[in-house]
Design a protein. Structure first.
Length: 214
């Protein structure tokens, strides 16, 4: 499967990136003011300031965008339920984000589950929901299927770093959380550093096996 261009328009992408950078600079300025106000200028303080600044910028710019959300209905005990979910991820700006360090929280209002990373692979000619990697998923873990990885950083280090990078985050719902029509599920992505991302999935009517969440 070939890499596809980002759907986000250049103006929108530039505007969001500029806003993030301006916010980072504002917070850095506040940090500088705080240091100056304290009246300290020794070497240790300067080193600490640089570390704080680097961490602050990393936290603000490490942001994942969700580009696609799909699910698959399966006949389970004579009832159509969504068991498999795939979420297409890409970084908003150029920043190394380790997708294996994500913590995924599933919340359907009654049960909360935490998923951890298990394995990764490439999605080539196989159907998304028929890839052999699904066999390794059991409702407690997630895997990664690479779509576009021009510099091979996802393949070699599981690092997503360019706006053109795309990888599906795939997982199976545990039996007590499988979705029927009109059910909702809150999925929250906690990166090791950066901004938390939350999406609400609502199951449509099972008119066809593979569906796209709005």
């Amino acid at each position: 499967m070939r890499c596809q261009n980002d759907r986000m328009s250049p103006w929108r992408s530039t505007g969001i990136t500029t806003l993030i950078i301006l916010t980072a600079l504002l917070l850095v300025g506040i940090t500088v003011t705080s240091v100056i106000t304290e009246g300290t200028s020794d070497t240790t303080t300067e080193c600490n300031y640089e570390e704080i600044t680097d961490e602050l910028i990393k936290e603000i710019t490490s942001y994942l965008q969700i580009k696609d959300q799909k699910g698959k209905y399966t006949n389970i005990n004579e009832e159509q339920k969504i068991e498999k979910i795939a979420i297409l991820l890409s970084p908003l700006v150029s920043q190394n984000i380790d997708l294996t360090k994500l913590t995924i929280q599933l919340d359907n209002g009654q049960t909360i589950k935490i998923l951890k990373y298990y394995k990764s692979s490439k999605l080539t000619q196989q159907s998304l929901f028929e890839h052999k990697l699904w066999v390794t998923l059991n409702g407690t873990n997630y895997a990664l299927l690479t779509i576009c990885d021009t510099d091979n950083l996802i393949a070699n280090y599981n690092l997503i770093n360019e706006n053109s990078d795309n990888a599906y985050l795939i997982f199976k719902l545990p039996p007590d959380m499988m979705m029927k029509k009109y059910d909702t599920l809150k999925v929250t992505l906690f990166p090791s550093s950066g901004i938390t991302k939350t999406t609400i999935l609502k199951a449509p009517m099972p008119m066809k096996p593979v569906i796209t969440f709005e």
